[in-house]
Write a protein that binds this ligand. Structure first.
Ligand code: R5P
Length: 323
């Protein structure tokens, strides 16, 4: 039997739980030792069940990572048939290579830990770098949320009869995001792609930005996998406006939103609108005039259903979400 275990108290988790009968849900109690150690007690047997464990490895990242490891261990020792992780935001993915000598590759370490604990499959959304798939020996599905959003954007514009693709340009705020932005562009039916040459001196601090391409008189759609401090987006929007962009909108999958990012983005004058999905729960704080929250629970539920019916996840995506 396929069962659902929601490992975090989030809007996304709540919406998923509401879709399933009580019998489909694995109940558990999470408690702590006095020193903070996490303890999980499964409240029912899972022997021979295919369990889908859902939650993001977002802030508090280290806590949530350990929660996953402890939960997987409990499921494995309780003889679950398979342990299928659905981790919409996979923390530590930014550390996917050594930028300088003497550094860790923490994304690989996390892959080792999840596998060693007993995970048998991983589904995640818009991985920071596709190469991370190669860090895993178990099957991994990387759900292309940006593609799906590009497709929906196009449909929405067509429905409103306001799609004049020549008015728009899709912008990647750095070299690493070009492939992702290009996929969004193709789904949205837009022909113009611009890249920003972003240089950082250290993590989370943008040193310089240079726009490669023409944005004069256009509506710029910045496509990025994540917003953390907001520094990249705010600087990109500022430079795009200086270069003559009429308006700047942002489509971003993961709202990491550390520190006062929400406030700073809300007050930013160069950004006209921001769309962030609920892969990270903080996104629910975002609903205001400028910042819009995109619910992806239907996509995740569809993936769980595809798994239930033994349907290939990519066939499901192509047939149902990218028709
Ligand atoms: C960079 O490679 C990512 O795609 C994001 O652009 C970056 O992580 C965002 O960070 P911040 O919001 O702190 O500039």
């Amino acid at each position: 039997m396929v069962k659902i275990l929601v490992l975090e108290e989030s809007m996304l988790g709540q919406k998923l739980l509401e879709r399933y009968d009580n019998d489909d849900i694995v109940h558990y109690t999470l408690s702590r030792f006095k020193d903070g150690e996490i303890f999980i007690q499964l409240e029912e047997p899972v022997r021979d069940d295919d369990v889908m464990v859902i939650g993001s490895i977002s802030a508090p990242v280290n806590e949530n990572l350990v929660k996953f490891l402890v939960c997987i261990d409990a499921l494995r020792r309780a003889s679950a048939k398979s342990i299928n992780l659905i981790i919409p935001y996979l923390g530590y993915s930014r550390q996917d290579r050594k930028v300088k000598p003497w550094q860790p590759i923490s994304a690989k370490l996390v892959a080792n830990l999840l596998e060693a604990a007993g995970a048998t499959r991983l589904t995640t959304c818009d991985l920071h770098a596709k190469q991370i798939e190669g860090f895993y020996n178990i099957p991994i599905d990387n759900i292309p949320i940006q593609l799906i959003l590009g497709n929906r954007w196009c449909k929405m514009k067509k429905e409103h009869g306001t799609l004049n693709t020549e008015d728009f340009v899709v912008v990647s705020p750095d070299a690493g995001g070009v492939a992702r932005a290009r996929e969004f562009m193709l789904q949205a039916g837009i022909d113009n792609l611009v890249m920003i040459n972003k240089l950082r001196e250290k993590a989370n601090q943008v040193a310089s930005m240079q726009i490669l391409g023409d944005v004069k008189g256009k509506i710029a759609l910045i496509v990025d996998d994540m917003v953390d401090t907001g520094g990249t987006l705010m600087r990109a929007a500022e430079e795009l406006k200086k270069a003559g962009a009429e308006m700047v909108y942002v489509y971003c999958t993961h709202g990491v939103l550390s520190g006062d990012a929400i406030e700073r983005l809300s007050n930013d004058e160069a950004i006209d609108g921001l769309y962030i999905t609920d892969t990270i729960d903080k996104s629910r704080e975002l609903i205001n005039d400028k910042i819009n929250y995109v619910d992806i629970s239907d996509i995740i539920a569809g993936i769980i259903n595809a798994f239930r019916k033994s349907k290939d996840i990519y066939n499901y995506i192509n047939e149902e979400l990218l028709p």
